[in-house]
Design a protein around this ligand. Structure first.
Ligand SMILES: Cc1cc2nc3c(=O)[nH]c(=O)nc-3n(C[C@H](O)[C@H](O)[C@H](O)COP(=O)(O)OP(=O)(O)OC[C@H]3O[C@@H](n4cnc5c(N)ncnc54)[C@H](O)[C@@H]3O)c2cc1C
Length: 459
């Protein structure tokens, strides 16, 4: 019997357990250990007052692997798909300005005219020198597309997606496709236009959720996996890991101890945990990388969900949501318009907004009381949408460690981790230890599922 233990019951751990179990090797025994009382990790769907609300991720941008998983779980009929032309908004000069995805985005007034003209010269900007191993997102966009794009596009994007500081976030690790495009073609735009096409029909990514919210995905994964014999243990905080042993006594290569004292043996161990947990649980086993992983930090966020009842439909916010460059007078990092994104699951007379606060550039804001955060969120939403009508529901949630902050040079830490893992796994037909996570190989839910699909057959 081969015992596979997966640490963490978020999107990655659950998808991996399910996918591995779809084609199990004879005798596979799969166990997921999750410290929380529910599975799903960052996915946090709430059902309150007849509303479907999201306190974590709001949308899933599909990869081919995510589309396959949704089909395998028979969730296609529950799928809600956003219109790809749904506009985004960026605040500039105190006004929300529209950005419609596609070529017409070049006409947006969210970015000043001169800055747009400078961005078009990107293909003629000399390529980076070989000695530049990494730089900040701010410097990368400034160098390639000009300071206007760095300020008005990259800045709010980094706030909205990573809740990080564009002047410290690694361009190479946070935007690998853009970094590689420049490396390949000497220009980001040329590199993207001429990127090698994968074989097979062209894949069209979609931005989706489900009728009952994103939690449908982890819920269905748990139900199907358990039915097929996978064990998912909740309230099972992993406190200590011993090993690797030679495993010849049948006691497993690893021994994993959880909070209630139970010790589980494992032949293959997969960590989907954050950098802090990986560094402390594996410390001496990862001599090169653990000190660097333990020095990494996570951004803190507060999320304020509000439901309003505007008198007229046209007074409700329309579009994907709004990004706020720093220095524009608002403290929201961004505001998502959930009712406009997925109108089919929201009563017609209700407008839902989600405001995000905190992140690396405003780290103490989540310390405000819930009342203080609510007041701020309401004032900022109403300043942009004055005729929203009465607020009929609200909820404030805090994320003490929301998103990994990837420092400049993060790729070197990952290289050291790869060396540590190669040493642990040397000479073994199947890996003894696998480490994955949004800090290593992709932040978005679609990417997390793609990683799980890649890893499943290798365990
Ligand atoms: C507020 C917020 C908004 C986001 N918005 C989006 C979005 O709109 N779209 C998108 O694609 N992505 C979004 N993301 C990112 C995305 O949600 C995450 O990258 C993804 O969910 C990570 O999944 P994971 O399984 O790799 O990690 P996690 O979800 O972090 O799962 C890891 C699990 O490990 C458990 N764990 C930790 N320590 C231990 C331990 N010692 N023992 C046992 N278990 C442990 C945790 O409880 C957790 O459940 C958002 C994230 C946040 C926080």
């Amino acid at each position: 019997m081969r015992r596979i233990v997966i640490l963490g019951g978020g999107m990655t751990g659950l998808a991996l357990a399910f996918l591995r179990n779809q084609n199990p090797a004879p005798g596979d025994d799969i166990l997921v250990l999750e410290e929380g009382p529910q599975a799903g990790g960052s996915i946090r769907t709430l059902h309150e007052e007849g509303l479907v609300l999201e306190a974590g991720p709001h949308t899933l941008r599909t990869t081919a692997a995510a589309e396959r998983l949704i089909s395998a779980l028979d969730l296609q009929d529950d799928l809600l798909v956003t219109d790809p032309r749904t506009p985004r908004w960026i605040v500039r000069g105190g006004r929300a300005r529209k950005v419609v995805p596609g070529p017409s985005s070049l006409l947006t007034t969210a970015v000043p005219f001169g800055a747009r003209m400078r961005a078009l010269k990107e293909p003629f900007v000399p390529s980076r020198t070989a000695s530049l191993a990494d730089e900040s997102v701010h410097d990368f966009f400034g160098r390639r597309f000009g300071p206007g794009v760095a300020r008005w596009v990259a800045g709010p994007l980094v706030s909205g997606v990573w809740a990080d500081d564009p002047k410290t976030l690694s361009a190479r690790s946070a935007f690998p496709a853009l970094w590689e495009a420049e490396g390949r073609a000497g220009s980001v735009l040329r590199g993207l236009l001429n990127s090698p096409k994968p074989p097979g029909p062209r894949f069209h990514s979609r931005t989706v959720s489900f009728r009952e919210g994103l939690a449908s995905l982890p819920d269905r994964l748990v139900a199907r996996s358990q039915r097929a014999g996978v064990r998912v243990e909740l309230n099972a905080e992993v406190l200590g890991i011993e090993g690797p042993f030679d495993g010849e006594d049948g006691g497993g290569i690893w021994k994993i101890q959880i909070a209630d004292g139970t010790v589980y043996p494992a032949d293959t161990l997969v960590s989907t945990l954050d950098t802090t947990a990986v560094a402390s649980l594996f410390e001496s086993r990862l001599p090169r990388s653990a000190p660097r992983l333990s020095a990494m930090s996570y951004s803190r966020l507060a999320v304020v969900l509000q439901a309003f009842r505007p008198e007229r439909e046209k007074d409700a916010p329309h579009g994907f949501g709004l990004l706020v460059p720093r220095g524009e007078g608002l403290r929201s990092l961004g505001i998502l318009y959930l009712s406009s994104l997925f109108p089919d699951r929201v009563p017609g007379d209700v407008a839902l907004t989600t405001s995000f606060f905190g992140g690396a550039l405003d780290p103490s804001l989540p310390d405000l009381t819930e009342g203080g955060l609510l007041k701020l969120a309401e004032a900022e939403v109403r300043s942009l949408h004055p005729a929203l009508g009465p607020r009929i529901h609200d909820r404030v949630l805090k994320w003490p460690a929301a998103l990994p902050r990837l420092p400049i040079g993060h790729h070197a830490t990952l290289d050291l981790l790869a060396q540590d893992l190669a040493e642990i796994n040397a000479g073994s037909e199947r890996p003894r230890l696998v480490v994955t996570g949004s800090w290593r190989d992709g932040l978005g839910l679609g990417e997390r599922i793609a990683r799980a699909e890649e890893l499943a057959p290798t365990l």
